[in-house]
Design a protein around this ligand. Structure first.
Ligand SMILES: Cc1cc2nc3c(=O)[nH]c(=O)nc-3n(C[C@H](O)[C@H](O)[C@H](O)COP(=O)(O)O)c2cc1C
Length: 437
């Protein structure tokens, strides 16, 4: 579903917050957006710019579900299917994202938000970068972009990820296309990290039709239905990037990062600029959703996994609840170990039975309260590779961060304290008694 279709549907469903009073991209919009976190917001009058601004379109599971035509509980399975069976997208001759070609590429014509007074400057936060790796082919990923002047951005490239790898092995400039206002399936696909050589635009196309078009000045293909395309080059000139708020809602540090030079801007007629409030729900959900299927796949290798949820409190990144159909007394600890393999940034995981609603934090806590014994069901792993995003981990420059990890097996214990296997009847004593409805 493209951005315009989503805005129209969200309006019909009364989800859309429309701000008709003039709003300033310089600090004011971010303040308004943080008050409406979890809702799509459309600013129709933008101070100093002709384009409307939309944000928050990925800030709830219900919005992804709507865009992909499934229920929120089934999202994991839809994503898992697309990751397992990518479909190569078709190439079209003419595309909405090229309806207009700007005579001069000038980044100051875009309503790029300045989010917080402490930020290094205005940042593009919903930009999806398309590059071609000389060995592995096309890669798409989100990268925050600090606008430096009319033609240049500083791009934050996390080391070892697709864009960074392609850039590192290219001696000269690497061609890049920045997609703004991309269809929702492209936003999800850009947040996945499939194996090298798997094209994320084919994952997007497996989720929903995503025709591509050739860029005007670069040998790259981009989703035809984006709002803006910025064509340019990722150079080896380095500049200071940051400070900027991170997923953890803490400040990320200043680093030397590469400069992108923009050569050409194309867009739809009356384009809509897409913003995304860093650190808030939309950022967290986009990060986390694509990891749920990878945890699911890893746990399924060792037992019968029913669902996975990366919780909001764990920033949709560090904490998971894994639901299993238990068939063996050791399924809980096996699931814990596999979950850490399925998402290496995961720090804490709780495993629950099928009767526990994994999306409800109080239900998960109830399972811990009634089924878990720390001396028996707690798994602690010391000195593990960690997410770079956890401020409490050990961070040494140039090295992978380290952390300790914890798994709680909150499934019904099959082994009784005297060592006998509990019968089905004995296990049923752990079920929650429900009143008649
Ligand atoms: C909203 C959002 C913002 C992100 N910002 C960055 C960023 O600034 N730099 C970066 O390297 N990765 C960023 N990421 C993560 C990449 O998109 C993610 O690592 C992607 O899965 C990389 O895939 P790849 O390994 O195939 O390149 C962001 C992800 C999201 C959802």
């Amino acid at each position: 579903m493209n951005l315009r279709e989503f805005i129209a549907t969200a309006r019909d469903k009364n989800w859309l917050v429309v701000i008709e009073a003039e709003a300033d991209p310089d600090l004011e919009m971010a303040r308004i957006l943080s008050k409406h976190d979890g809702k799509p917001v459309l600013f129709t009058r933008v101070k100093g710019y002709p384009y409307p601004v939309v944000a928050g379109i990925c800030s709830d599971r219900a919005y992804f579900a709507l865009a992909l035509g499934v229920s929120p509980e089934r999202l994991l399975f839809t994503l898992a299917e697309a990751l397992a069976h990518p479909v190569s997208p078709p190439l079209v001759e003419s595309a909405p994202c090229q309806e207009m070609v700007e005579a001069k590429a000038d980044l100051t014509t875009l309503p790029i938000l300045h989010h917080l007074p402490g930020d290094a400057g205005p940042y593009v936060t919903a930009g999806v970068l398309v590059v071609k790796d000389p060995d592995y082919g096309r890669n798409i990923a989100f990268h925050r972009l600090l606008r430096l002047d009319e033609r240049r951005f500083a791009a934050r490239l996390v080391e070892g990820r697709g864009t960074h790898t392609a850039w590192s092995k290219t001696p000269g400039d690497l061609e890049v296309a920045i997609c703004l206002g991309a269809p929702i399936q492209v936003l999800i696909a850009a947040a996945t990290s499939p194996s090298k050589g798997v094209d994320e635009l084919s994952i997007a196309h497996a989720l929903a039709p995503t025709p591509l078009v050739k860029c005007r000045t670069k040998d790259l293909e981009v989703p035809a239905e984006c709002e803006f395309i910025l064509e340019g080059r990722l150079t080896h000139q380095m500049v200071a990037e940051g400070p900027f708020i991170d997923l953890t809602e803490t400040w990320d540090i200043v680093r030397q990062q590469p400069v992108i030079e923009i050569d050409c801007i194309t867009h739809r007629r009356q384009p809509i600029y897409q913003a995304l409030l860093p650190g808030k729900l939309e950022h967290k959900l986009l990060m986390g959703l694509p990891r749920e299927p990878t945890i699911y796949a890893a746990v399924n290798e060792v037992c019968d996994c029913r669902n996975v949820y990366l919780t909001a409190g764990g920033m949709s990144w560090l904490h998971a609840v894994v639901q299993i159909a238990k068939r063996h007394p050791d399924d809980g600890p096996r699931a814990i170990e596999a979950a850490f393999r399925g998402h290496t940034s995961l720090k804490h995981v709780v495993v629950v039975d099928e009767d526990v609603d994994l999306f409800n934090p109080a239900a998960v806590e109830w399972a811990i309260a009634t089924r878990f014994q720390a001396n028996r069901d707690l798994v602690v792993l010391d000195d593990q590779p960690s997410s770079s995003l956890d401020p409490s981990a050990t961070h040494v420059p140039g090295q992978k961060s380290r952390t300790s990890k914890m798994g709680l097996d909150a499934t019904i214990p099959w082994l009784a304290p005297d060592g006998h296997w509990r019968s089905e009847e004995e296990r049923a004593a752990f079920w929650r008694v429900e009143y008649e409805s």
